[in-house]
Design a protein around this ligand. Structure first.
Ligand code: SF4
Ligand code: SF4
Length: 284
């Protein structure tokens, strides 16, 4: 079986304070952190045991996980497994990066979000340069807020052309972007128009639930992060029986980690092996 897993454990805290985010500067008790650590350890042990499968993992934590040693150690363990094809994570890139040397870097990838206001462009770019020096694959992106447009343009200009920069559209306000801004954003991220819409998905065929699933800290399996109904549990003996093709029950799908699996959009042709870390073919 070739399976991609989007893992989101109970961790829900962050060292940054983005004003649109519920996890801004949220802290957790040592008991809550210990629980997250136990859940992750159980998940890694489960992956280690699936030697007959080929598995890719994208960690999509609530908050920031890479400042926690147990996530860094999980990457070292997962990337060394012969049956892991990729281990990737969404991160604000604020952590130290020495831990990547314990990983098989050919299987490691980072999905890095720049948060202007929480760090400086210089500091963020220094981390990007360190990733390049250390030989780690990564994508870089920003939420496309109007007030950050100049920063996004400067970031694009300073990154090597072979590093993909994505822009997540701000879709909470209808007509938020002027036609000129839409053009500017498309020049920065050729795939921006795809992100700047909600894709009709009800009844459509989507790999979520068959080739890719969402898993939480208890092992509960959902087809994706956007369809709340559980379909199984990875810790059940008959786990695989929950994997099947099903039409999407939601009206639309508006988030990259969801619509990238919608068959109609054929985005596996665009991203190839970089599907989990959001790196299209042709980039580093
Ligand atoms: S870095 Fe991410 S998780 Fe942390 S506050 Fe900002 S948006 Fe939220
Ligand atoms: S189209 Fe989106 S919401 Fe529907 S099943 Fe796929 S990932 Fe989930």
């Amino acid at each position: 079986m070739n399976l991609s897993i989007l893992y989101r454990g109970p961790l829900s805290s962050c060292n940054y304070a983005c004003d649109y985010c519920p996890f801004a500067k949220r802290t957790e008790t040592s008991a809550e952190l210990a629980h997250d650590r136990e859940c992750l350890s159980r998940f890694v042990a489960w992956v280690e045991g699936r030697t007959a499968d080929t598995i890719g993992v994208l960690f999509t934590p609530w908050g920031e996980a890479l400042v926690r040693s147990w996530y860094q150690n999980a990457f070292a363990a997962l990337t060394q497994l012969p049956h892991i094809r990729k281990a990737a994570i969404q991160t604000n890139l604020s952590c130290k990066l020495d831990w990547v040397e314990n990983c098989d870097k050919s299987k490691l990838a980072l999905w890095c979000t720049f948060h202007p206001g929480e760090t400086t462009r210089e500091r963020f770019l220094a981390k990007c340069r360190e990733l390049l020096t250390r030989g780690v694959r990564f994508s870089v992106g920003v939420v496309g807020l109007k007030e950050h447009l100049a920063e996004i343009e400067a970031l694009r200009a300073e990154l090597p052309a072979e590093v993909y920069l994505w822009v997540n559209a701000f879709k909470r306000e209808l007509g938020y972007y002027s036609p000129e801004m839409l053009e500017q954003l498309k020049n920065l991220d050729p795939l921006f128009p795809l992100n700047n819409r909600y894709h009709t998905s009800r009844g459509e065929s989507c790999r979520a639930g068959s080739g890719v699933v969402s898993v939480d800290g208890d092992g509960t399996v959902r087809r994706c992060h956007f369809v709340k109904e559980p379909i199984g549990n990875i810790y059940s003996a008959d786990f695989e029986s929950c994997l099947s093709e099903r039409p999407c029950p939601n009206e639309t799908c508006g988030c990259h980690i969801g619509y990238v699996h919608l068959d109609r959009l054929k985005l596996y042709d665009t991203f190839g092996g970089g599907i989990l870390e959001r790196i299209p073919l042709g980039y580093r």
